[in-house]
Structures are given as structure tokens and as C-alpha cells.
Design a protein around this ligand. Structure first.
Ligand code: FAD
Length: 317
């Protein structure tokens, strides 16, 4: 049996957990899930072939508490002895699984894209921000792994299940609650970078913090949001929360408009799951063009307002 730790995005399982469930069905015949504060998602998990949902509820665990959430996974592992425990390769998924590994002494492989099962697993996993694939042998009574973000599309099971819901009331030690989310401040603006259908990206080529006004305008017109390169956050033009890439957010919009971004590998790993990429760059040899579906070679300060004007004209007719 494969156990999957499912994280939530609001009231729904998050996309990377659905990817992990899809991946799990390729490894084992039977898949169970553990979810904290999410018994309402049981039928959604049934669509992904989950036979049993272990629903953990405790007021202290209602928001992210990595060590305590990991302890819940460990307790369930102790009684079920799964062949493997999987999670989505989000920051939270990797953090919870790292705690599971530390608590159990088991080996953990992060960011896997392929698994060959056996007494040991042979896993192929992304390293160095996706710039190389490593083949590794994973041993242990239970294998721990996370699935590289967006390395496969989430797919519902051919035959959905009506999962059994097993209510779990955990016993949590004080020390496991040292790190937990106790409050949240919502960023201004409505669309989150990770979920936006359109992202207008800005790099060093934007030239200044003020230069982003035209990108903000275009993003608002398209119902999207702005993402930036690390050059931009390092210069202090925009906050780190907007950074796309290896050390920022990984995005999967329908359209990514990369303005004045050269296309360094650390940036590309964050945006390569976009369905379409439009690059706007003055340099016809910029590396981003190798990844782009469409390109405009030109000054973004002229091109971006021209696109915005065209959209406004189209909306007015
Ligand atoms: P540049 O490389 O300077 O490119 C600017 C581009 O703008 C050029 O292509 C230029 O032709 C174009 N341009 C200039 N003026 C105009 C104009 N007027 N109109 C149109 N185009 C114009 N980077 C990330 O983005 N995200 C990460 O998460 C990340 N993590 C990293 C982690 C590590 C460990 C390391 C070592 C680096 C990381 N980086 C990351 C940095 C990365 O290597 C690049 O340095 C960075 O992405 C470059 O940002 P840029 O494309 O904005 O700037």
C-alpha cells in the first residue's frame, strides 16, 4: 500500500498532492491518503483512486505545523506499514517529509520523476533546479519520496472509489508545535502567483521599480499577476514573494509573458510548466527564446503598453 500525504489549497487538495496521488497509482495497487483538517475532501480523493482517507483533526494543527503534521504521518505509518509514503514536491511537502525521515530514520528522496519498484526503489530525481537528473537507489522498509512539481499531469483514476474515512485524533508533543503558522496576512491583490492563469514576468530589463507599472497594468487587464526574476528581488524592486524560479515560486499558468528576462536555468525551472511562453526581449540571442512559443524582439517599454492598448481596443469593441 502506498500512503500519500495530501496538502490543501483552501478547501481543495493542492495540485501537487493530486500529482503525487497520480504518481502513487503508478507504483502500487492500493493508495491511501493522510490529510490534516480535510475530511471534506474525501470524495475528491476518491476520484483519484484513494481507498481510505486518514483524516487528522486537532485545533492546534488546523494550519501548517510541519513537525506535528509529520508526527501524524509517522503514527499512521506505524500502524499501516506502507510500502512507500509520498507527498507533492511543494516546499511544504518536502518539509513534512524531511521531518518524517528525521523521526523514523528512513531515507528520503525528494523531487522524483520516475520510480522503478523492487526491494529497493531506483528513483530518478531532479537535482540542481532541474538542470540534471540523478538516478539513486532508495532502500528501507518504507520508502519516502516527493514527486517533482509538475513532472506529470494530475489524472483521475479510471475507476473512482468511495473512500473509507478513518478519523484520527493525534497526540502531539509540545516540541512538535515549536514551528507552526499562527496567523496570516493576505498580500494585496487577488490572484496568487502559484495559481494565476496568466503571469506577466519582469526581469532586470524592466530597468527600475517604477518600470513595473506597465507590467502591473497588463497583468490586471489579463486577470493575472506579476512574477519577477531574482535580479529584480536582489535589486529590491519587488518582494521575494513574487520571485519565479528555483529559489522562488514554481508557476504553471496558461500564459507566461517574460519581459526583459534573459532565461537563466534557475528562472526557467520555475516557469517551464507554463502552457505557452511569450518572451519580450531586445536581444535576439537571449536564452529565454529557446523556451518561448512566441517572441517579440523589441523594447518592453514600447511592446508591453502596445499589447495593453490592443487588449483595451479589443475589449471596447
Ligand atoms: P539578466 O540576466 O540581466 O537579463 C536581463 C534581460 O533583459 C536580458 O536578456 C536583456 O536582453 C533584456 N533587456 C534589457 N533591456 C530590455 C528592454 N528594454 N526590453 C526588453 N528586454 C530587455 N533567478 C531567478 O529568476 N529565479 C530564481 O529562483 C533564481 N534562483 C537562483 C539560485 C541560485 C543558486 C543561483 C546561483 C541563481 C539564481 N537565480 C535565480 C539567478 C539567475 O541565475 C539569473 O541571474 C537571473 O534569473 C537573471 O535575472 P534577469 O533575467 O532578470 O536578468
Amino acid at each position: 500500500m502506498i500512503l500519500v500525504w495530501v496538502d490543501l489549497a483552501g478547501p481543495e487538495p493542492d495540485m501537487m498532492s493530486l500529482e503525487a496521488l497520480t504518481f502513487a497509482r503508478g507504483i502500487g495497487d492500493s493508495v491511501e491518503a493522510v490529510v490534516v483538517a480535510g475530511e471534506d475532501v474525501a470524495s475528491r480523493l476518491g476520484a483519484f483512486g484513494v481507498g481510505t482517507v486518514h483524516a487528522v483533526s486537532d485545533d492546534l494543527l488546523a494550519d501548517f505545523a510541519p513537525a506535528a503534521w509529520a508526527q501524524c504521518v509517522v503514527d499512521i505509518m506505524d500502524s499501516l506499514l506502507p510500502e512507500a509514503v509520498l507527498a507533492g514536491g511543494s516546499d511544504r511537502g518536502n518539509e513534512v517529509m524531511a521531518h518524517v525521515a528525521a523521526k523514523t530514520g528512513l531515507a528520503f528522496a525528494a523531487n522524483c520523476v520516475e520510480v522503478e519498484t523492487g526491494d529497493d526503489y531506483v528513483v530518478t530525481r531532479m537535482r540542481w533546479g532541474g538542470s540534471l537528473l540523478e538516478e539513486a537507489r532508495l532502500s528501507g522498509a518504507t520508502k519516502l519520496l516527493t514527486v517533482a512539481p509538475h513532472s506529470l499531469a494530475p489524472e483521475e483514476a479510471p475507476a473512482p472509489t468511495d473512500p473509507i474515512v478513518n478519523q484520527v485524533t493525534p497526540v502531539i508533543a509540545e516540541e512538535d508545535l515549536r514551528v507552526r503558522v499562527t496567523g496570516r496576512e493576505a498580500p494585496e491583490g487577488g490572484v496568487s502567483l502559484a495559481d494565476a492563469r496568466v503571469v506577466v514576468g519582469g526581469g532586470r530589463g524592466v530597468g527600475s521599480a517604477e518600470g513595473f507599472r506597465i507590467l502591473d497594468d497588463l497583468a490586471a487587464l489579463l486577470g493575472g499577476t506579476v512574477g519577477v526574476s531574482r535580479a529584480v528581488t536582489s535589486l529590491g524592486w519587488r518582494p521575494h514573494a513574487e520571485q519565479v524560479g528555483q529559489t522562488g515560486t514554481r508557476i504553471a499558468p496558461d500564459l507566461y509573458i517574460a519581459c526583459g528576462i534573459s532565461g537563466a536555468i534557475q528562472h526557467i525551472v520555475g516557469c517551464k510548466a507554463a502552457k505557452k511562453i511569450l518572451a519580450i526581449n531586445t536581444d535576439p540571442d537571449a536564452p529565454i527564446l529557446a523556451h518561448a512559443d512566441y517572441a517579440v524582439i523589441g523594447d518592453l517599454h514600447a511592446v508591453v503598453p502596445a499589447i495593453a492598448e490592443g487588449i483595451k481596443r479589443a475589449l471596447a469593441t
